[in-house]
Design a protein around this ligand. Structure first.
Ligand SMILES: NC(=O)c1ccc[n+]([C@@H]2O[C@H](COP(=O)([O-])OP(=O)(O)OC[C@H]3O[C@@H](n4cnc5c(N)ncnc54)[C@H](OP(=O)(O)O)[C@@H]3O)[C@@H](O)[C@H]2O)c1
Length: 300
């Protein structure tokens, strides 16, 4: 029985080559492919396939002849990208030219993940695919340039997502339950950036739905619904949900950073509001995208 309401059970057979298979998203793609009828996944970790090596990419695609490539390999460290610009652009842009060439030689569709950080955060309502991009940090600029390489390919799909978390993620959202249970002092959390948390299995279901419906090009936003939240609001909701399940659990209180709080030096600027609307992909694929609170039940 599937835990998610919009899951498709009747897949036709599709072969997908996955890069970055040991990352946060890649791990969930691997796990869900095992339980998904009709998906034949060729998972490639960095050791198995270095996406910076265009010859290796060509050889892997010629060998496996996938219908789709899901590229989950990327330079994802937002703060480090400010000082390692060349590395960020090499992985998030340059290598995509080789990936597109490799896909082209076997006619594979390339699904590439991108980010809400392509936006500057000046809007106050959810960003759609029609909105103009204007990144304010190096990571966002590199991801936007990468999008352009993929979208120029006739069989290229961009899926922008944000704040992806699961039990396997190594980020703040995924760490909140553990921090609440172990911290002796209050958990102080940032409360100004509004973003859409995205539970990784919900994202992966949407990626598999693109494959199953044989979508071959386009730009899409996928995040959970609910209008987004701050990290502080997310942490409060996690705390409430733990207490609903375990009344009496001993948890650290959650408090927002005050207005005097400053980001540590070296922190990249981030958009203040980067909630995205998943309406386009939901309508096109017939998905009912869950509220961001729904993923929390799976990580507490
Ligand atoms: N997580 C989020 O909140 C979020 C939000 C918006 C967009 N995205 C996008 O979603 C995608 C996946 O993100 P993620 O969270 O899964 O990132 P992640 O956990 O950092 O995983 C990235 C993966 O890329 C691999 N990699 C790095 N260099 C490589 C190379 N040269 N060849 C092959 N693989 C290489 C890494 O390998 P190692 O494990 O060996 O380092 C790692 O497994 C990225 O495009 C990211 O921009 C993520």
């Amino acid at each position: 029985m599937n835990a998610f309401p919009f899951f498709f059970n009747t897949f036709v057979f599709m072969k997908i080559l996955l890069t970055g298979a040991n990352g946060g998203v890649g791990t969930v793609v691997r796990q869900m492919a095992l339980d998904t009828e009709g998906i034949d996944l060729v998972p490639c970790s960095r050791e198995a396939l270095d996406v910076l090596d265009s010859n290796a990419l060509k050889a892997a695609l010629l060998k496996h002849k996938p219908d789709y490539v899901i590229n989950a390999a990327a330079f994802t460290q937002v703060d480090r990208a400010e000082v390692e610009q060349q590395e960020a652009f090499r992985l998030n842009v340059e290598c995509l030219k080789g990936m597109v060439d490799a896909c082209n030689q076997v006619g594979a569709v390339l699904i590439h993940l991108s980010t809400d950080y392509v936006f500057d955060g000046k809007k106050t309502t959810p960003y759609t695919e029609e909105n103009k991009e204007s990144p304010i940090n190096v990571y966002g600029a590199s991801k936007l340039a990468g999008e352009q390489v993929v979208l120029a390919y006739g069989n290229g799909i961009i899926v922008r997502t944000s704040w992806v978390y699961s039990l396997h993620s190594k980020n703040f959202l995924a760490a909140v339950p553990r921090l609440l249970r172990t911290k002796k002092e209050p958990l102080q959390v940032e409360n100004t950036q509004v973003n859409s948390p995205t539970f990784a299995p919900h994202l992966v279901e949407a990626l598999f739905a693109l494959v199953q419906k044989n979508v071959r090009r386009g730009l899409y936003h996928f995040t959970n619904t609910g209008g987004g939240c701050t990290r502080y609001e997310f942490a409060c909701r996690v705390r409430d949900k733990i207490l609903e399940k375990e009344p009496g659990a001993v948890l650290a209180p959650v408090i927002p950073f005050g207005p005097e709080w400053q980001e540590p030096p070296g922190t990249a600027p981030r958009p203040l509001y980067s909630v995205m609307s998943p309406d386009k992909i939901a309508k096109q694929l017939g998905l009912e995208v869950p509220h961001w609170e729904e993923g929390i039940d799976f990580i507490i």
